[in-house]
Design a protein around this ligand. Structure first.
Ligand code: URP
Ligand code: ZN
Ligand code: ZN
Ligand code: ZN
Length: 515
């Protein structure tokens, strides 16, 4: 055979083009993308008729939490690297063994993920963290992966390890302006930004003002307001707006590119846009929760609201969601990620119900672990809404995350001879009956989805990873194998670059800058 796989009769969509093309795959790579019909005499081991459905590069999810220790409130993640099948040992406080997350990803069309390797405040080194995370992921992933280092303690030693991180193919890290277990002060943030700039590492920032959150939490406690819905007022828009502005200022001062993660408010979006318009290398991410969920979802009676506790929280109204959709359409947001951070609902050992105890028999919002699952629903929810141009959809969910995190054109594209053959084939118009999403359809280890009942108009029909069909919705569903997914060494970002040449320094006369 000339090729391993031919995909014909599709509408091929990349970030720059949409048209009637056929795709040929050989040796795990995209071999050819040519006008429809041009490959009709070619021989292939397997042929897929896309029947007019979209053919896109596989999803790249740049924001995923798997198998992390308790960092965002009590509880630990329900999904490990394989899928989310909970290891019984976690209940005994033993580190979770191998398992789930990438399974859920592949069943929703995501072929590459970048989860976190979380360094705790009590740890001095980043490299140990990285190697421990490698060990968890090795042989346990259904999809390809890399890691962002989550820097909880930018000690001198940790900062000195950035160079080695970069050599080991880790070209991004995340820092926090909130959460007791992770929060860095502004001086520590500057240390990280300086060292990141030197080593061509991109810094992701969780921008919420931790002290404002603590202060609001005390105000609510004084008034005996503990229900899950008070997670909303404890994390007001101003906490995000202030921290976003501060993060932009620190990044501009240090000329060190940042990505502001999970942006949820119109005003923070406006600050980001203004900085971008001034030419500052500020990038931004949002997530489906800020497109689809609002205060109403947090405001459910009893403990139900806990299902939508994430930070930042779902905002006030549809108007907030609309502003975030607009930010996607006008490129203020560079990427649309899931922020998959899975906690079980009905679980008082690791899940949302860890916040229920003798003192708070109905729970206390401040102890609910923050985060919701969404790695599997990210693509289908966003595409099905028909609010984004399809090329823009590919850009936000695949090409840009690949470019931002140094994976392009290996990932996130359909570039002949260069891109891995990671492909989603969607249903042709009218072929998939519209249905309501239920958690039972999903492949994570979480006992609910915050998107329960949403109308789904699309789902990947086939997903291909390095030339192999790993998801065939009508014939076997998940047919990929655990361990096929491999670690990808990343390059520096091809999007996020400093503006100035040289290294930051202070001269004898007190002037400072890049020399
Ligand atoms: O609530 C969230 N977002 N949980 C995940 C942790 C984080 O800050 O991304
Ligand atoms: Zn965050
Ligand atoms: Zn996150
Ligand atoms: Zn449990």
């Amino acid at each position: 055979a000339d090729y391993d796989l031919l995909i014909v009769n599709g509408v091929v969509v990349t970030d720059t083009e949409a048209g009637e093309y056929d795709v040929a795959v050989k040796d795990e790579k995209i071999a050819k993308v040519v006008k429809r019909g041009e490959l009709k005499d070619a021989k292939a081991t397997r042929m897929i008729d896309a029947e007019g459905g979209y053919v896109m590069p596989g999803g790249v999810d740049g924001h995923v939490h798997l198998q992390e220790p308790p960092l965002f409130g009590k509880g630990s993640s329900a999904d490990n690297f394989e899928t989310g099948m909970k290891d019984i040992l976690t209940h005994l406080g033993v580190i979770k063994l191998t398992l789930i997350g990438s399974r859920s990803a592949v069943c929703g069309g995501t072929t590459t993920m970048v989860p976190f390797a979380p360094q705790k405040k009590s740890e001095d080194t980043l490299l140990d963290t990285l190697h421990a995370t490698h060990a968890k992921a090795q042989d346990n992933c259904y999809i390809d992966y890399s890691f962002h280092l989550l820097v909880g303690n930018p000690s001198e030693r940790a900062l000195s390890e950035f160079k080695t991180l970069r050599e080991e193919g880790i070209t991004s890290l995340k820092i926090y302006m909130t959460y007791e277990a992770l929060k860095l002060n502004d001086g520590e943030i500057l240390d990280v930004l300086l060292e990141a700039r030197k080593n061509q590492i991109t810094t992701m920032i969780h921008a919420e003002n931790g002290e404002l959150i603590d202060w609001m939490t005390k105000q609510l406690e004084k008034r005996k307001m503990f229900a899950p819905k008070f997670h909303g007022p404890s994390h007001p828009p101003m906490a995000e707006i202030e921290a976003t502005h501060r993060a932009i200022c620190l990044s501009e001062f240090m000329d060190s590119p940042i990505l502001i993660v999970h942006v949820s408010t119109p005003q923070a979006t406006a600050y980001i846009k203004a900085a971008q318009n001034r030419g500052i290398p500020i990038y931004a991410e949002t997530c489906p929760q800020y497109l689809f969920l609002t205060k109403n979802d947090l405001d459910k009676p009893g403990f139900e609201g806990a299902k939508c506790v994430c930070s930042p929280p779902p905002r006030e109204s549809e108007a907030d969601c609309d502003a975030i959709w607009d930010g996607l359409a006008d490129s203020t947001f560079t990427i649309l990620s899931s922020d998959h951070c899975p906690f079980r609902y009905d679980d008082n050992v690791d899940g949302k119900k860890t916040c229920i105890n003798d003192e708070y028999p109905e729970g206390h919002f401040k102890y609910i672990p923050n985060g919701i699952a969404g790695i599997e629903t990210r693509l289908s929810l966003a595409l099905g809404e028909d609010r984004l141009d399809v090329k823009k959809f590919v850009e936000l969910t695949s090409t840009n995350p690949a470019k931002l995190y140094g994976l392009y054109p290996l990932k996130g594209g359909l570039v002949e001879g260069k891109s891995d053959a990671d492909i989603n084939i969607w249903y042709p118009p009218g072929k998939m009956p519209t249905y309501a999403l239920t958690n039972s359809m999903l492949h994570h280890n979480v006992d609910y989805t915050p998107f329960e009942g949403r109308t789904l108009k699309q789902w990947p029909r086939y997903t291909v990873l390095r030339g192999k069909v790993v998801w065939d919705r009508e014939n076997g569903g998940l047919i990929g194998e655990k361990g096929y997914g491999k670690f990808i060494k990343r390059e520096p970002s091809s999007l996020a670059k400093p503006r100035f040449e040289g290294e930051w320094d202070v001269k004898e006369d007190g002037s400072f800058g890049f020399y």
